[in-house]
Write a protein that binds this ligand. Structure first.
Ligand code: BEZ
Length: 254
């Protein structure tokens, strides 16, 4: 995973990430009591929601900081520490769920992620997920790339945002059958008067690591904001130009 989480700030200021994930849980078509694995469970809010729906849930995350929070907040849910790309568990699941996680994993590691998931699914088990899709936050990354380049720095988008076609192919190569796929825009309101600068500081850490001066980092963020104000500051609120890829696939055995 391409980030070290500021767990407290993430939970407090970016609650929309799991709030939007509610709708994704509705794609799971299993009876109460079914076993569901939440890959990259983060602050545990969606694991808890799934448990409330009557599923028997295991949340999996690699962040010790986030796990400390979920173990404390949701003692009734089972959480395990493991890396999404290389995990193996002793049990199998009726469904694997994931929200806003897969785009953090490098393209080169995506097949390992899907293989790990395939292995823990029961036959006919479902994989239901949402991630950033092709074009996600394109305005923000394009602006950052422009300003980095002007200042003589390289800018590499730290995320993997695939198209439906690209990801469907990956799933099929791993043995999944794709049952549902949609790519849609979600212009998303950010919290607070510093919504976009906070978002950049929280989520776009890697490209800034090459710049040692904090003053220069902040100057870049200010310039990006100035250039994006026309498009992303709407009705007195900062927004992010999200594009979501939502899919469902099954481990169908003929
Ligand atoms: C997303 O959910 O698409 C996302 C969240 C944070 C940074 C980048 C993408």
């Amino acid at each position: 995973m391409n980030i070290v989480w500021d767990a407290e700030k993430y939970t407090k200021d970016f609650a929309f990430v799991h709030q939007y994930g509610d709708a994704v849980t509705d794609l799971i078509d299993c009876k109460p009591g079914a076993k569901v694995l939440d890959v990259g469970c983060g602050n545990g809010a969606l694991s808890y929601k799934l448990q409330e729906k009557g599923f028997s849930v295991t949340g999996l995350d690699s962040s010790e900081d986030l796990l400390q929070i979920v173990w404390h907040n949701y003692p009734e849910v089972n959480f395990v520490k493991a890396d999404a790309v290389s995990f193996s568990l002793d049990e199998t699941f009726d469904a694997v769920f994931s929200n806003a996680v897969f785009h953090w994993i490098d393209a080169k590691d995506q097949d390992c992620l899907l293989k790990s998931i395939f292995k823990v699914l029961k036959p006919k088990g479902q994989l239901v997920f949402e991630m950033g899709g092709s074009g996600n936050n394109a305005l923000i990354h394009r602006q950052l790339a422009n300003i980095f380049t002007q200042k003589g720095y390289a800018y590499k988008n730290p995320f993997y945002f695939p198209s439906i076609g690209e990801y469907a192919l990956r799933l099929e190569k791993c043995g999944f059958k794709v049952q549902f796929a949609v790519l849609f825009d979600r212009f998303t309101e950010l919290k607070g008067k510093d919504g976009l600068s906070d978002w950049i500081r929280m989520f776009v850490k890697q490209p800034f690591e090459q710049i040692s001066s904090l003053v220069e980092r902040e100057e870049i963020i200010r310039t990006v904001l100035r250039n994006l104000e026309v498009k992303l500051y709407v009705n007195g609120k900062w927004h992010a130009d999200y594009v979501r890829l939502r899919m469902k696939a099954c481990k169908c055995v003929d």
